[in-house]
Design a binder for this molecule. Structure first.
Ligand code: ADP
Length: 164
């Protein structure tokens, strides 16, 4: 069988991008020919960084880690609509725990029902099973140590933002 080029999108808020997200990217990249980290421009969530800043930080990180098959961009609106525009074959999502499964299952079923697109799940390494962007923002605002939880360039940005 001829090998098909497989493009995946990894949609999320990534506010900020964590080592858990990076772990999912590292594990999944072998499965796809191209991966696009897609930063959602959600109007609902409380944002720490603007979508542009998040894209910039992730770009910096991908350059540092030398990952040419991973791209990053932001998108607005429905994930499935964005997937269609970018001709993505699959949606990638990360799983940390059984709590994630319930929500992600519902999301994946809905996306499949409305757009016929499949979702591929990658389980994170145990060490990041408790890492969430929300907790990172809380720990950072209280001056906690985030050394093992987020990449260094993002830690520096976070420090600067909270010192303002
Ligand atoms: P969203 O608002 O779309 O959930 P997030 O940035 O919180 O955006 O998460 C994007 C994706 O990454 C989701 O599939 C989420 O389950 C997954 N994810 C978040 N944190 C981790 C982590 N520590 N390990 C693995 N996957 C994670």
């Amino acid at each position: 069988m001829a090998k098909k080029f497989v493009r995946a999108i990894f949609p999320g808020s990534f506010d900020p991008f964590t080592n858990g997200h990076l772990d999912v990217v590292n594990r999944s990249i072998r499965l796809f020919d191209e991966l696009i980290i897609a930063v959602g421009r959600s109007p609902i969530k409380n944002q720490l960084f603007s979508p542009e800043e998040r894209v910039e930080m992730i770009t910096e990180l991908l350059e540092e880690k030398k990952m040419p098959d991973v791209l990053v961009e932001s998108f607005e609106g429905l994930t499935v609509e964005y997937a269609r525009q970018r001709k993505a074959d699959v949606i990638l999502r990360g799983l940390r725990s059984l709590t994630d499964v319930q929500y992600e299952f519902q999301l994946a079923m809905t996306n499949r029902a409305v757009a016929g697109i499949e979702t591929v799940f990658i389980m994170t390494s145990e060490q990041y099973g408790f890492t969430s962007s929300t907790l990172i923002r809380e720990i950072a605002s209280l001056g906690g140590d985030l050394t093992n939880l987020i990449p260094q360039n993002i830690r520096e940005r976070l420090k600067k933002r909270l010192n303002k």
